[in-house]
Design a protein around this ligand. Structure first.
Ligand code: ADE
Length: 425
């Protein structure tokens, strides 16, 4: 029996949104067969029984399926938002009302509320933390050392979080294992590339309804996310310019057929700018100054630091809301710069995040990473660990199977050949 909302700790916008959330969660499930199989196995085997778990993720229909799978596996799980603007309030309501999962997340919550939710989650005394951006882990390490002995490990979803975990390890403060979900092939090849590619442009289009064909789209950063955004923008007919700081990635962008140049040169040419670098102030004062009148800027990197909005605010005579998630900054040079999604992840602020079909694999990795941590409790060294290759391959195999696609396997002769060094020219 599922407890009533009154019996479950929660902070959601409006519990009466639950029926719509449930309908949308069920719809997403159609595209998440791999996580569905894991959920069913978890329900039988209960590999997470007795585990207290925090999931700090974007509260979406896809995350709902992860939370449901963790609960089916026996975890005492609670969910908080990993970004103040990414919560789907109907999903949060349904998770509480229909699935009995405590959720603390409200779309548009201010930073104080966001951090209060992180503290509430840590009061849950977790054994495992699923993080997206490492905010919970960073808070634990800084302010809750007395809870470190409860921790079996963390799992991290995103590139930015992995960079932070590496920095924690180098500073000697990461005293437990952290599973690097982002670097699983079945995560970043698909989620970062095809997920970010499609959902970022979906966010831009929902926010503005602009035609991208013929526009100059400047993509800052050519990691997996940048590759996806550039590829999909080209697919919609945009002329894509890439900016990079890494020479190898810059060559890759050139050979993928994009123009590559510094941001100073791209600034006066772009109609739309998308930042996906993970770094700070990639678009700043001198760039805003040089932009065309009406240029649009948005971010699809994890944190809202890529566009220097504070400085843009000081350059503006007036800021006005022109559509949902669309603000026009009128500058004293007579031109305006249009900011989408307040510089936060545009794909989750103005659209619904990555489609379920890619999150299926990302969250299959998350669920199996939690099981792996429990099975290997006390055996893993502190620091970052990859998802085991056989787990990664199994997720790919299940996904192919669900798609009805079959592939070849090596013949005995081929296996012998690959194991032999004597056969050559
Ligand atoms: N990150 C990007 N898209 C997402 C989604 N749909 N659900 C959860 N996390 C995400």
């Amino acid at each position: 029996m599922i407890a009533t909302p009154a019996e479950i700790k929660h902070e959601v916008k409006d519990i009466s949104l639950a029926p719509q959330g449930k309908q949308r969660i069920e719809w997403a499930g159609r595209e998440m067969p791999v996580l569905g199989q894991i959920r069913d196995r978890f329900a039988q085997e209960k590999p997470l029984a007795g585990i207290r778990l925090i999931a700090c993720c974007h509260v979406t229909t896809e995350t709902a399926h992860l939370a449901i799978a963790l609960k089916a596996g026996g975890a005492d799980a609670i969910l908080i938002a990993s970004n103040p603007l990414s919560t789907q309030d109907d999903v949060a309501a349904s998770l509480v009302a229909d699935y009995g999962i405590p959720v603390f997340a409200i779309k548009g919550e201010d930073n104080d509320t966001y951090h209060r939710h992180v503290e509430i989650a840590l009061d849950h005394k977790p054994n495992i933390i699923i993080d997206d951006g490492s905010d919970v882990t960073a808070t634990l390490v800084q302010h809750r050392q007395n809870q470190l002995s409860d921790i079996i490990g963390t799992t991290e979803e995103t590139t930015t979080g992995i960079v932070r975990l590496r920095a924690m390890f180098n500073d000697g403060v990461l005293s437990f294992p952290a599973i690097n979900v982002n670097d699983a092939d079945t995560k970043h090849f698909f989620d970062n590339r095809y997920g970010t590619g499609q959902s970022t442009l979906d966010g831009v289009i929902r926010a503005t309804n602009v035609l991208l064909a013929g526009k100059n789209v400047v993509v800052a950063g050519y990691g997996w996310c940048g590759k996806g955004v550039a590829m999909r923008a080209r697919g919609l007919g945009a002329n894509v310019i890439v900016t990079e700081i890494d020479p190898t990635k810059a060559i890759e962008a050139v050979m993928d057929g994009f123009r590559v140049m510094p941001m100073n040169e791209a600034a006066p040419q772009g109609d739309l700018f998308v930042t996906v670098t993970g770094n700070k102030h990639v678009i700043r004062q001198e760039h805003f100054q040089a932009m065309k009148d009406g240029a649009m800027v948005c971010n699809s990197g994890h944190f809202d630091i890529e566009i220097d909005l504070k400085t843009l605010g000081t350059m503006a005579k007036e800021v006005r809301q022109v559509r949902n998630f669309t603000q026009e900054y009128r500058l004293s040079n007579g031109k305006s710069v249009v900011v989408l999604g307040e510089g936060r992840l545009i794909n989750l602020a103005a659209a619904e995040g990555h489609p379920s079909a890619v999150m299926d694999m990302s969250f299959a990795n998350q669920a199996l990473a939690c099981e792996y941590l429990v099975k290997n409790k006390g055996k893993l060294e502190p620091g970052l660990h990859s998802i085991p290759v056989d787990v990664d391959k199994e997720i790919a195999r299940l996904k192919l199977q669900a798609m009805g696609i079959f592939i070849d396997s090596l013949t005995p002769e081929q296996i012998e050949y690959t194991n032999s060094w004597t056969a050559g020219t």
